[in-house]
Design a protein. Sequence first.
Length: 155
Amino acid sequence: MKIKHNQDNLLATNRKASHDYTILNTYEAGIALTGTEIKSVRNARINIKDGFVTIRNGQAYLNNVYIDEFDQGNRYNHDPLRQRSLLLHKKEIRKLYKEVKEQGITIVPLKVYIKHGFAKVLIGVGKGKHQYDKRNDLKKKDQQREIDRVLKRRR
């Protein structure tokens, strides 16, 4: 049975990221999780809104992502805000490290989903937006919404 990436296996999204950053590149990475963490992730009890990725010693880490404790986990439960290792190829990690060296560039998680039974995260390399950029984006979005509304009435 082939599982396709669709809305059914999408567990969490970071809508704040596209508002605060201009996403330049995206990468798919696996997440190294413990037993109780994967059970909580499959129950969609994860929050990636404030998350970010750091690269140290040739390894990528997912920081500040909240995975709720598993209800039946008792003493084997995990720390909800612990630092988690990301599973990427060395080439990808080197490329990310070079991109992050630039001023104003950061790596943020965009989506978390299940693919072929494994938890995956879509990370994006983003450049921070200024306040006026955010206002322009909102203005464009409102104009497009208004155009769509007018076109829908004409049908």
